[in-house]
Design a protein around this ligand. Structure first.
Ligand code: SF4
Length: 487
């Protein structure tokens, strides 16, 4: 099958597709972002497979860069002809597209995904239901509930959401999707092996450790069975997990996959898991560039972020990469952290410079911190400074400094504007009125700047009703300990 992405034609192999017959109900999976990331999302493929296995139901997919989510990939059927639409909301910036996508849609609209699990209130006006949690294995029940108009433990009508506690659903990882769609996704043309969910680390800015907890790993035997099946279709396997090389048997798994003749691409690699053996394996598996997220340049800021990666870990990974012929490294950093000083920002340039000595093609991506709901840093002000207006000015100064200094050292840098991240912060911490402004196309971040301020730890938070299984008191303690670190 051919997929038209912004006018460019791409191939897709879809053994899960189903032909619509008279009397069948149509269910849409809507991904209001890029096809490459949507097709690499195993959760959505799982949902698609579950719906198409239901008698009397046909599922088709919609992506933003394929007809702006107005027509399906499979048959170019208009979204307005579908009975139910499941939206997967992964990024706050996609909120702006939703009013346009649902304009003529009269069916039942359900939203799920990380943004819903974090704080769905700004999205409430656009949808009939929110789904809280991991939907695999629950899709038939969700469809039945939507059609009959009732709620379940994790499927809630949007009009009531925010009052009562909702316990987020966790799925079992005892099985794995065997038959998959293969398209040109974020990891290339490959099969997806979801090695685990959640993360055992405790980075203080990270939503994954909170909303996908507890950390769960799939059995290597099960993963290799799926890979055996994949042999008929692809030459490459992507290992998917928030921190894939943390899998207790990651090396054994990668070695077995290589032995089976696959190229292997892990979705993420932590610098402190990199050693000679792992890099050697990944090289054999086709790895050509390394992406590392030290997150901060100085030890002091890395302690605040609890990343657990030292400068030695980063330099060791760069040295090993260079020794094994890897020619490109990308480093991810954050700025606008509480207590951040000039020397902490300079340390980003210095660390990148040290890495560049090992791997000349070093590039850097720097993003301002978005203090996300449910993380220990959720109470921090955007920009890291109490007076947010002054903080924004300071943040822009830091961005100008980094662009100049990295440029002088010929280190390419992707440093986005602070405004984009202020918008993300408002959308992730905002209430229903923010969504109303989006719907009326009158959203301006300056009108909601209160959501950029620091939050008192005593205050009731808009997203406190979502129960991810952690104790809030413990999170407050963690935040207070972090703040003591930077005083
Ligand atoms: S940032 Fe990565 S390593 Fe840290 S908790 Fe999140 S997923 Fe885990």
């Amino acid at each position: 099958m051919k997929v038209s992405l912004n006018g460019e034609s791409m191939k897709e192999f879809n053994p899960l597709t189903k032909r619509w017959k008279k009397g069948n109900k149509r269910v849409a999976i809507v991904y209001p972002s890029h096809y490459v990331s949507g097709i690499a999302n195993i959760g959505l493929q799982q949902m698609y497979a579950e719906i198409n296995s239901m008698e009397g139901y046909v599922c088709e997919r919609f992506y933003w860069d394929v007809f702006e989510c107005k027509r399906s990939v499979e048959t170019a059927a208009p979204l307005k002809d579908f009975d139910i639409a499941f939206f997967s909301i992964q990024y706050e910036e996609d909120y702006f597209k939703i009013p346009k996508i649902i304009e003529n849609f009269r069916g039942i609209k359900v939203a799920g995904g990380p943004c819903v699990m974090e704080n769905p209130l700004p999205l409430a006006g656009f949808f009939d239901y929110f789904y809280f949690g991991e939907a695999d294995g629950d899709v038939c029940e969700i469809i039945r509930a939507c059609e009959e108009g009732y709620e379940t433990e994790c499927l809630k009508k949007t009009e009531n959401v925010g009052q009562e506690k909702v316990r987020v659903r966790k799925a079992s990882l005892n099985t794995h999707l065997q038959t998959q769609i293969v398209g040109s996704g974020a990891y290339g043309e490959c099969y997806l092996l979801e090695v685990g969910r959640g993360c055992r680390r405790a980075c203080s800015f990270c939503i994954v450790r909170q909303i996908y907890s507890p950390c769960r790993w799939r059995d290597v035997k099960l993963l290799l069975e799926i890979a055996e099946h994949a042999k008929k279709f692809v030459k490459k396997i992507a290992l998917v997990a928030p921190s894939a090389t943390d899998h207790p048997k990651s090396k054994e798994l990668i070695a077995s996959l290589i032995e089976m003749g696959f190229l292997v691409s892990p979705s993420s690699i932590r610098a402190d898991t990199v050693d000679d053996e792992l890099i050697q394996l990944l090289r054999e598996g086709g790895l050509e560039s390394l992406t590392i997220a030290p997150e901060a340049g100085s030890e002091r800021m890395r302690k605040l972020l609890k990343k657990g990666i030292s400068e030695d870990d980063v330099l060791n990974a760069a040295r090993l990469a260079s020794e094994h012929g890897i020619e490109k490294i990308k480093l991810y950093f954050m700025i606008g952290l509480p207590g951040e000083r000039e020397e902490d920002v300079k340390a980003i340039v210095e660390l990148a410079e040290r890495v560049k000595k090992f791997v000349p093609r070093t590039s850097v991506s720097v993003n301002p911190l978005v203090p996300k709901p449910h993380t220990p840093l959720q109470w921090a002000p955007f920009s890291g400074v109490k007076d947010v207006k002054a903080g924004m000015t300071l943040l822009n100064k830091k961005i100008r400094f980094l662009r100049k200094e990295l440029g002088r050292r010929r280190i390419s840098g992707g440093i986005k504007s602070s405004e984009d991240f202020a918008v993300q912060t408002v959308l992730s911490r905002g209430g229903r009125e923010v969504g109303e402004a989006l719907a009326a196309d009158i959203f301006r971040v300056r009108n909601y700047s209160g959501y950029l301020d620091g939050i008192d730890t005593e205050e009731r938070l808009l997203w406190d009703f979502i129960d991810h299984g952690y104790r809030k008191g413990k999170l407050v303690k963690e935040y207070e300990n972090l703040m003591n670190l930077i005083e």
